[in-house]
Design a protein. Structure first.
Length: 526
């Protein structure tokens, strides 16, 4: 196949993919972008709850100038802003940003970024994942949409029976594999190097990075990995046995009054989405199906059978508000009571790693405990296991830079990392740390695309440093570079270091909070 990046329309780039020609946009910066490229057939009607199927090739030129539909989802998180055509089961599209003047010979490194959203929400069109800033630094960027919730992770005995692999569930992860295969087969035409792909994601996207590192189906499709605030270890392990997943699927079908897979496929997508959002409905998660997941990811990493690639990952300093554990003022006595409640006979040990001698200590320990139980410990455990069982470099960070105040009066950052507006539920106190998802715009250089916050010079300085670390890792598997503070390689022992990215604009390496996490390790992260 011959291809190039040129256009019969002035300023609009034309690329020949395996499916057909796509016509993108040239942005004012010179960056070329292609939006809404199909990487698999629409998973609708008889293809609902089936592995992604190949795209039907098209003749002529397909416009790629706008984001296509996002996956079926409810409005769950207040911080999500979308730039697409709305929700639909027909959602398997990706977006590409290329450096100005890119040619197939350029061989730029590639970043494939998977959005967050708890596997029930999110989309590759969100401005915080925009690829223009990275593309201006000579990286080809790809974002994607995959099936979510009941459409992406539903399992049922009839689905298992009809599968040639005797597997069901994990359709959202199989979509991610299909997107990576599309990148392997097509990204050179956009100026990218298919052998230099960095797979990245935040929250559910980070869970997905782990799933893809553990799955044999994704082996060889990426050369490096980045994970931000998310890991399926300890109690944060949303992967269940096939029999349990099938049982949940049968219970869901019964709850909406259907008795067969044929009837389920006949129901409208809107009806299924509404039913899956009702109180008491199952949470559809990854499945050890014997195909995509042959073992739980934690077992794969423990055995050293995961993708043997360099890893950069970390968590934020305030992943969750302490108010999820204690709604009152966090006095030492009240926080001691929380420790007794959660750790019973080990409360004395808990107080050694979550000290409560003063009011300030108690408040910080409550925040640390809430964040550790939500995301921090599991992400640390992932890094620890990969460091212990792989032969590649591992770099860990603690992101501690708080976002500034919102621009709009009456708007307050909320527990989910978004904002609460006047008239909504009462907001929590202002954050003093970095909340869940706060680092995304900084890492990808997208602060100007989020109009909610009053960004300061300090914010842009932190963003420049964090983005530079990420760019160096994407290019060479090592975040270090000229003019940046040294980021040490992680070690699975007491000398392990975490890179603290913080408000004073001078990142520094420090010992990781190992004592806390070893204690949680002994209590299964609880």
């Amino acid at each position: 196949m011959t291809s190039d990046i040129r256009s019969s329309t002035p300023g609009a780039p034309l690329v020949q993919t395996h499916g057909g020609a796509v016509l993108g946009l040239t942005l004012p910066s010179g960056i070329q972008t292609f939006r809404g490229i199909p990487f698999a057939a629409p998973p609708v009607r008889d293809l609902r709850w089936k592995p992604p199927q190949p795209v039907s090739a098209w003749s002529g030129v397909r416009p790629a100038d706008r984001f296509d539909q996002q996956a079926m989802q409810a409005r769950v998180f207040g911080d999500m802003m979308f730039r697409n055509a709305g929700i639909s089961e027909d959602c398997l599209y990706l977006n590409v940003w290329t450096p100005a003047g890119a040619t197939p010979e350029a061989a730029y490194p590639v970043l494939v970024y998977i959005h967050g959203g708890g596997f029930v929400a999110g989309d590759g069109s969100e401005p915080r994942y925009d690829g223009e800033s990275m593309a201006r630094r000579d990286v080809v960027v790809v974002t994607l949409t995959h099936r979510l919730g009941v459409f992406g992770f539903f399992s049922h005995p009839e689905l298992t029976a009809e599968s040639a692999r005797r597997a069901s569930g994990n359709y959202g992860h199989l979509d991610q594999v299909a997107a990576l295969e599309w990148v392997r087969d097509n990204i050179m035409q956009f100026g990218g190097d298919p052998t230099q792909v960095t797979l990245a994601g935040e929250s559910a996207g980070s869970f997905s990075v782990i799933a893809l590192m553990a799955s044999p189906l994704a082996r060889g499709l990426f050369a490096r990995a980045i994970g931000e605030s998310g890991a399926c270890f300890g109690k944060r392990a949303p992967v269940v046995a096939l029999a349990e997943s099938e049982r949940q699927g049968e219970a869901f079908a019964t709850s909406i009054g259907v008795a067969s897979l044929q009837e389920l496929r006949a129901r409208s997508a809107t009806e299924l989405l509404e039913a899956a959002g009702r109180p008491g409905a199952p949470r559809f998660v990854g499945t050890v199906d014997g195909w995509f997941h042959q073992l739980p990811p934690a077992a794969v990493f423990a055995a050293g059978a995961q993708a043997n690639v360099p890893l950069l990952a970390g968590w934020n300093s305030e992943e969750m508000s302490g108010r999820v554990l204690l709604s009152e003022e966090p006095t030492p006595d009240r926080v001691r009571a929380v420790l007794r409640e959660h750790f019973a006979g080990r409360a004395v040990e808990a107080e050694r790693v979550y000290p409560v001698s003063t009011a300030a200590q108690a408040a910080q320990s409550l925040t640390d405990l809430a964040g550790d139980r939500f995301i921090g410990y599991a992400t640390w455990k992932w890094l620890e296991e990969h460091t212990r069982t792989c032969g590649q470099s591992v770099y860990r960070y603690l992101y501690a830079h708080p976002r500034p105040a919102p621009v709009e009066a009456g708007v307050t950052p909320n527990l989910a990392g978004g904002v609460t507006r006047d008239g909504d539920a009462p907001p929590p106190p202002p954050s003093t740390g970095a909340v869940h998802s706060a680092e995304i715009e900084y890492a990808l250089g997208n602060l100007p695309l989020n109009p909610v916050f009053a960004w300061t010079p300090d914010d842009f300085a932190v963003s420049r440093i964090m983005q530079e670390y990420f760019l160096n890792f994407i290019r060479a598997g090592d975040p270090n570079g000229v003019g940046l503070p040294e980021w040490p390689v992680g070690r699975p022992d007491a000398s392990g270091q975490v890179m603290r990215l913080r408000i004073d604009r001078v990142p520094s390496a420090e010992p990781d909070p190992r004592a806390r996490y070893l204690f949680l390790d002994a209590t299964d992260g609880r």
